[in-house]
Ligand binder design. Structure first.
Ligand code: XBP
Ligand code: MG
Length: 257
């Protein structure tokens, strides 16, 4: 099947937004609400197995005070905290302190210039995607992504395949016509359950994780002079990831299946 589209995860894949973006914004929202909750980088790393900011806060609450957390009014507080967190997140990102990961910009524009279609499949809220794209790509981000699947567009967040399936439906594509880019196990499972071949670029939170069934597991996309390293199709690999390289992996895997 011909590859027609690339679908990107956002947090951790397009940019390292978690530790110095979302985490800091959550902590500011907790302080603003007078809560004594505080997530240090390590605790936040543990909580990343729960996708979605609201779900993550609820999990934390259930851990520290399960009786309070199950009261009917708890969701109201979670919703308020989440809205506040996203406002702080927007301020942090708009200040320019979060950059795209190495190679991301190059691959996005190579794809666009060569006529590949681009989509986003993320757990985060749509407004967070907007602010990140605008602050990192400026006006160039307009019309770059044909479809943004985000947040509560689906009932079940990653690792469920729903958000990828939603994007496939919107773009009228078959799973075999796409390649996904992810940074986490939950993201990989989501894309793979939707039947999409996936390149993983791990980061500080996911670098020790296992990524079964990924096309490649690398420390980034690389740039000329600063190659990515890792494993591709089960073998050590180092280089710069571009469209042709990625298509080569897809075709080599298809030939083995
Ligand atoms: C990352 C997430 C999100 C963000 C916070 O998802 O799990 O929950 O940490 O975003 P992905 P919200 O890697 O799929 O982009 O608070 O807006 O949920
Ligand atoms: Mg991610």
């Amino acid at each position: 099947m011909t590859i027609k589209a690339l679908i990107f995860d956002v947090d951790g894949t397009l940019a390292d937004t978690e530790r110095d973006g979302h985490r800091v914004a959550f902590n500011r929202a907790f302080a603003e609400a007078g809560l004594d909750w505080h997530w240090d980088p390590e605790r936040y790393g543990d909580l990343l197995v729960v996708t979605g900011g609201k779900e993550r806060m609820l999990r934390h609450w259930q851990t520290i005070d399960p009786i309070e957390a199950q009261r009917p009014s708890s969701q109201e507080l979670i919703n308020r905290l989440h809205q506040q967190k996203n406002e702080f997140y927007a301020q942090i990102v708009a200040s320019g302190s979060v950059a795209l990961r190495v190679g991301v910009r190059r691959v996005l524009f190579e794809a666009r210039d060569r006529g590949y279609r681009l989509g986003i499949a993320t757990t985060t809220s749509p407004e967070n995607v907007d602010v990140l794209l605008h602050s990192t790509l400026g006006e160039e981000c307009s019309n770059l992504f044909e479809c943004v699947g985000a947040g509560e567009a689906v009932g079940r967040k990653k690792p469920a395949p729903d958000i990828y399936q939603w994007v496939l439906r919107q773009m009228k594509l078959q799973p075999g016509e796409c390649i996904a880019f992810e940074d986490s196990r939950t993201g990989l499972f989501s894309a793979r359950q939707a039947g999409i071949e996936t390149v993983v670029t791990h980061n500080r939170y996911s670098r020790h994780d296992a990524f079964p069934d990924a096309l490649a597991v690398l420390d980034g996309l690389g740039e000329p002079g600063s190659p990515a390293t890792g494993v591709a199709l089960g073998r050590p690999w180092s280089g710069v990831v571009g469209i042709d390289r990625t298509l080569g992996w897809v075709h080599a895997r298809a030939a083995c299946r």
